[in-house]
Design a protein around this ligand. Structure first.
Ligand code: UD1
Ligand code: UDP
Length: 352
């Protein structure tokens, strides 16, 4: 069995690390060709994950990144098309909802190579998000759809995807959280900040970073935060803040993006999480922390239903109220995202 895995953005390195490790351990006769599209390219957005999560060096690096969605997807598509012809894989494996996901799925489907999609069926129902377009299109060309939840399964069924292709397997990010939690590492700079209790924040979603009014709302909310805020700053956000001449309030300690092991430490030790990230919303829950989500909707609706997550958009008052309320709310942690055996189930289905 020869698998060609396409990754390119930060959350995909983390998801793929967990799958690739199990693949090498349990299916030593299989061969995984790892393709890095280059979508994320800074050392702290890419190399750090390969180093600390022991991901094998990519077999191919496409060097595509930094362009518009159309440029990125188009350039990746052309290069992946040639690679798939050259490598002749039995399956192409894609993760999540980035431009790399769509390029991998589309290139494979056009060459009649079966596509397996990890994290299938997520929907925000907001077609203005580039991720929503990537998800819908990827799901509709995929042959094997690994849905993390029953909600995701139902989304696919409603869109007419054949039941036989959909498998609810839980979330590989939960497997990753369980595996890496004991390896979590305190960032070297943390003690010098002398923070005491803190909120952990990430912001990078295009609908926020590309809209100065939304960014102003977020910054105004963070300025009134009841806790100091640690903000590992995504390069996209750093650039957009500079472009809009927006400064960070005194309540915020901005740091460079951190590696996953440091991120897990921060998530485990903060009082609450404030984010517009998909992955970080779930990780807050995995580590028992309430989450204030800086979006108008979420794909991870079950987190809101159990009271672990409150959607506040980008309105200053709602952000401050959310940060004060969720702290008191508390929620029942349970196994919304499977039992930590998602990777095992994915491999069983791929290797039938
Ligand atoms: C992408 C994904 C998003 C995912 C996020 C994870 C798409 C459409 N979006 O968003 O779903 O949640 O990754 O973090 O695929 N940049 C750098 N250095 C880097 C990476 C990015 O400077 O290493 C800057 C560049 O200016 C780049 C911009 O960030 O143009 C946006 O990068 P891009 O990968 O297109 O989108 P993200 O916002 O990172
Ligand atoms: N993450 C990280 N360092 C950071 C910020 C996030 O390792 O500085 C991890 C985070 O723990 C999660 C993943 O990156 O596993 C989420 O990626 P991101 O928020 O960029 O994308 P999304 O999940 O929204 O697609």
């Amino acid at each position: 069995m020869k698998l060609l895995t396409v990754i390119g953005a930060r959350p995909q390195f983390i998801k793929a690390a967990t799958v690739s490790r199990a693949l090498a351990a349990h299916h030593p006769d299989s061969r995984e060709i790892l393709v890095h599209t280059g979508q994320h390219y800074d050392a702290n957005m890419s190399d750090v994950f390969f180093d600390e999560l022991d991901i094998p060096r990519p077999d191919h690096h496409l060097g595509v990144g930094g362009g518009s969605h159309g440029q990125n997807t188009g350039r990746m598509l052309e290069k992946l098309d040639a690679l798939i012809v050259q490598e002749k894989p039995d399956w192409v494996l894609v993760y999540g909802d980035t431009d790399s996901t769509l390029a991998g799925a589309l290139a494979a489907a056009k060459l009649h190579v079966p596509v397996a999609h990890v994290e299938a069926g997520l929907r925000s129902f907001n077609r203005r998000m580039p991720e929503e377009i990537n998800r819908v299109l990827t799901d509709h060309v995929a042959d094997l759809l690994f849905a993390p939840t029953k909600v995701a399964q139902r989304n696919l069924q409603k869109e007419g995807v054949a039941d036989s292709k959909i498998h609810v397997v839980g979330d590989v990010m939960y497997d990753a959280a369980l595996y890496y939690k004991p390896l979590a590492r305190k960032p070297a700079w943390f003690d010098a900040l002398r923070l005491g209790e803190f909120a952990l924040c990430t912001i990078h979603r295009a609908e926020n970073t590309d809209d100065p009014d939304r960014m102003r709302g977020i910054l105004a909310g963070l300025a009134k935060s009841p806790l100091p805020v640690v903000l590992p700053l995504h390069p996209r956000t750093r650039k957009q803040l500079a472009q809009f001449h927006l400064g960070l309030p005194d309540t915020v300690c901005a740091v460079d993006p951190v590696g996953y092991l440091e991120m897990v430490w921060l998530e485990s030790h903060c009082r609450l999480v404030v984010t517009d990230s998909g992955g970080v919303q779930k990780e807050a829950y995995f580590h028992g922390k309430p989450c204030v989500t800086l979006r108008d909707e979420t794909e991870w609706v079950e987190l809101v239903e159990v009271g672990a997550n409150v959607l506040v958009g980008t309105d200053r008052e709602r952000i401050v109220a959310g940060m004060s309320q969720v702290d008191l709310a508390g929620f029942e942690a349970n196994e919304l995202y499977g039992h930590g055996d998602s990777v095992q189930r994915i491999l069983e289905l791929l290797f039938v």
